[in-house]
Design a protein around this ligand. Structure first.
Ligand code: GDP
Length: 362
């Protein structure tokens, strides 16, 4: 089976890279997510983003539309089908995911407030990302707070910077240099992305403002081009299921549900699954697979769409019996005909130690 899966992997069949946003509190993680979601939503209808469970899906057409000036400047085309951006920064269960070396995220955005530089949680995040060898970019956010900043969200940020008064340019340079020196102290070489000649040696920095919108297209551009340069093997779609539980919660009318991110492979209704539970492995059956209704159908009575089958990368809600004590951060396995259920139960409990330590700490 391995063989056929390997054969199927190809550069012509890429999945969406899964992106998460990290950083110190108040650096603008939520605002950045809101901003890129909103600018896309305004365009409405076709090509717009779709809200998934725990994540937003940005189809490549919508990204192309939004980032054309920067694409033209750098003469680069995209080859990923879109981006799946996890939209729960700082979420409790996220803390588990960050520490577990989970394969949930392919690429991270580490948000730094340009007025503050690196802060304690920034440094903690850097430690985790390094440990996992997870590639990331730095969003040097709140550039609109540089004194006298003139917003130019319609331009690539490099050009927006060129348009600024000399005093603004000087303040930017000084604060940017400071952040770069701080990163160096953490053992990281960093460089503003449009001058970066070597993405394997230098971390990309993108100046942004979630308020004025400056640098937002550059951030999307970077997230859409870096995977092909750095992670091409990792984002080739394959059928081996990679699925992580984001959150377990009771929903009126549905009972207890699990929000999961399927990075690779498929899930089907009725499948037998195993997840890690507080009192031991939980074996159950998928009753339904749900994603939210598209925004324009919000007036429809049921807020969810049912799926018989879904394919990664995607965020979905699973309804199943007996999952009240399932743990966020757990892997999810499907028990196939040829699988040894006991083996999968052992496998799924291996992460328990790590998760529990975190749960206690919180
Ligand atoms: P989080 O804790 O990292 O999710 O930060 P938030 O997104 O909640 O932002 C914290 C505060 O900073 C809020 O008051 C935001 O309005 C503000 N903020 C976020 N991004 C920017 C930005 O780019 N420029 C400015 N001036 N304020 C921002």
């Amino acid at each position: 089976q391995m063989e056929t899966n390997l054969q199927k992997k190809s550069k012509d069949n890429l999945r969406c890279p899964v992106v998460c946003v990290l950083g110190h509190v108040d650096t603008g993680k939520t605002k950045i997510l809101d901003k890129i979601r909103r600018t896309n939503v305004q365009d409405g209808e076709a090509g717009g983003i779709t809200q998934q469970i725990g994540a937003s899906f940005f189809p490549i057409d919508a990204i192309t539309e939004k980032t054309r000036p920067v694409m033209e400047l750098h003469k680069v085309e995209y080859n990923v089908p879109g981006l799946l951006i996890i939209d729960t920064p700082g979420h409790e269960s996220f803390t588990n995911l960050r520490t577990r070396g989970s394969s949930l995220c392919d690429l991270a955005v580490l948000v730094v407030d340009i007025m503050h530089g690196l802060e304690p949680q920034t440094i903690e995040s850097i430690g985790l990302l390094k440990k996992r060898r997870a590639p990331f970019v730095i969003a040097l956010n709140k550039i609109d707070r540089l004194y006298g900043w003139e917003p130019h969200p319609e331009l690539p940020v490099q050009q927006a910077l060129e348009m600024q008064a000399d005093s603004v340019k000087a303040e930017f340079q000084q604060r940017y240099d400071f952040a770069v020196r701080q990163l160096q102290e953490q053992g990281l070489n960093a460089c503003v992305f449009y001058e970066n000649q070597d993405v394997r040696t230098f971390l990309n920095v993108v100046p942004t403002s979630a308020i004025s919108g400056d640098g937002m297209m550059d951030l999307l551009f970077l997230l859409s081009t870096l995977p092909a340069k750095m992670l091409i093997d990792k984002i080739m779609y394959h059928e081996n299921l990679e699925c992580t539980v984001l959150e377990v919660k009771a929903i009126e009318g549905l009972g207890t549900t699990m929000d999961v991110i399927v990075v690779n492979g498929k899930l089907k209704e009725k499948q037998k699954i195993v997840v890690c539970g507080l009192e031991g492995p939980i074996v159950t059956q998928i009753r339904s697979l749900l994603t939210p209704q598209p925004m324009k159908e919000m007036r429809v009575k049921t807020p969810y769409i049912h799926h018989q089958e879904i394919k990664g990368a995607i965020g979905v809600k699973i309804c199943a019996n007996g999952i009240e004590r399932a743990l966020a951060g757990s892997n999810l396995y499907v028990v196939g005909e040829d699988d040894d259920e006991e083996e999968l139960k052992d496998e799924v409990m291996k992460d328990l130690g790590g998760i529990l330590k975190k749960v206690k700490k919180n």
